[in-house]
Design a protein around this ligand. Sequence first.
Ligand code: RUQ
Ligand code: CUA
Length: 710
Amino acid sequence: MTTTMSCHLGSVTRHFMRDSTHGLLGPFERGSMSYLRWAVPTLLLSLAACGGGTPQDLLSGDAARRVYVAPGEYDEFYAFLSGGFSGNVTVYGLPSGRLLKTIPVFSQFPENGYGYNEETKPMLQSSYGMVPWDDTHHTELSQTDGVPDGRWLFINGVNTPRIARIDLTRFETDEIIEIPNSAGGHASPFITANSEYVVSAIRFAVPVPNVDVPIETFKQNFKGSLTFVRADEPGKMEIAFQILMPGYNYDLGHAGKGPSDGWFFFTTYNSELAFTKLELNASKNDKDFIAAVNWRAAEACVADGRAKSMPARYRHNWVDSTTRIAQSELKTSVLMLEPTACPGSVYFLPTPKSPHGVDVDPTGEYIVGGGKLATVIPVHSATKMLAAIAAKAFDGELEGIPILRYDAVLAGEVQKPGLGPLHTEFDNEGNAYTSMFISSEVVKWKLGTWEIIDRAPVFYSIGHLMIPGGDSRQPWGKYLLAMNKITKDRYLPTGGELAQSAQLFDISGDKMQLLLDFPTQGEPHYAQALPAELIRERQVKFFSLAENQHPYVVRAESEAGVSRTGRAVHVKMVAIRSHFAPDVIQGIEVGDTVYWHITNVEQDWDILHGFAVMGMNNAEIIMQPGETRTLKWVPQHPGVFPFYCTDFCSALHQEMSGYIRVSAPGSGVPLTAGVSERAATQQSRAGKYVPPTASGHESHAPAAAARGGR
Ligand code: RUQ
Ligand code: CUA
């Protein structure tokens, strides 16, 4: 192998020169904070591109062997990466970096019809109507006693604030709740130690309730909110309460544990209360805050009737487990708690400078701030915080919320960590690992002594990093995954838009060792991982046909057929290797709406069928074994339209097709549906097929037509 790192100093510097004289930097003076903030990362990026991590380093070790998962073998970990602006979650195996699945959450997904078929459309309903996209940032596994338990995965939608729950026996989105009185649901869906609550904090202060006011009245009218969503019962996610906060931007959060159990920590920036040119105006204060919320105290105040009920419109969507049809309910109020109505529920911990991440170590004693513009990594102490609260070591208050003295809560600062600390995860040996966005590196340091132990360059501009279990009480350690915002020269170029890049490190030794690069979809922000054995054996392989309660289920071909109700035609169809029944349908007229309800009657793992009909304004549907899915089709002109199975299911998959005939309005062709000779012969050869009646073709259908009438 003769590959060498390509050096991008030239091109990056040219880029830097161009933008430093006009464009982006126009309004700012050279040498201003804003200028530096842009210039420094650009230069460092260029240096990093010419720097360490050469292939020679990798080849000298046995990196390849350590990520090689032989054919037929399984990966050790499932890693769940947020899909960022893809709206999805992607599942990778580690250490191989193999993509196992995309789970659609807030986005329509043509690959399996999520958000296109009638059963799942309600999942994307919101108070704004159907919202078929969102921006997912943080995956969060459910926990028992502070340890990921493999039941569910939560993920937030930032743009139209929502939280989704994915069931990890099926890798399917089962529930979505919208968050009212919020905007930019970014600090979400971080979880408490026994999955009591997932949270969502507001990133963009707005009027609460959101009414029409001049934006110049920001200081008087804009507010923040922290939302606590009950999350420990499937299908019953519920907004327990919201806390009304000053109009800062709340960026990230984490629950406490051990000495900080019962607390939730949220970073804030823009304590300047700027509403324009935030880049400059929200970066003035030397310190912003970490808000410490005593959620048990807040919970008690709410139980005590101290929260006010206020009108709010938001939706709760969930999948009915017997029909597998999503339901959507509009909710109309929330309980809003003001911190002043519940003394002791909220405190501010001063934290330098527009902090981003807030991460709690496995013991629960240390609360690490990611001061993205700070020169240190500040670490607060839970014990000191509790003592400071008891001693009232306050430094004033803001809107009735006491500010604790920085020196009274600070455990220590990591000095000279690098530039742009964002996020920290932990191993099981008392070490912390912080991502450095600007200096493009991971910095490993020791909890308690704050000394830096190791640095590893990443390519390039790392956002989050992830260690399996690395934000929990018991990290599994072993690997660290860096998720990088800029990919540049890491892979074969693919035009102007490149995949994002993840990098896997071995962290089992003193020194981090880069093992693998792999491309990722959308823009993963956070990820979480857990040992595969926690969920591998619990996978649902197919749905029981006997338990399928879908109103249009057909369990046998004898139950299949068509019926008409006014202009709606319902096709109840069987999909089985290798035909549809019925597969010849006539008597549809332009002006009708056809609902194809297709049941995959197979009861065998991994035997899927798909369905598509020519000219449909929709995506295909995929039916898992034992499942019924519905495609809505509005034919637009007369003719004969083929439909076919889209998932290569058997040797005769190509034969798995049929025709539907569409006639002009009023043409009076009787509604009929039949099983083709071909399918009938194949089945009878297989010794399984029993025709519904002796006369075959138009047998059961005319009866249905007569029932439905016109
Ligand atoms: S964020 S890259 Cu959306 Cu969690 Cu920090
Ligand atoms: Cu069914 Cu291909």
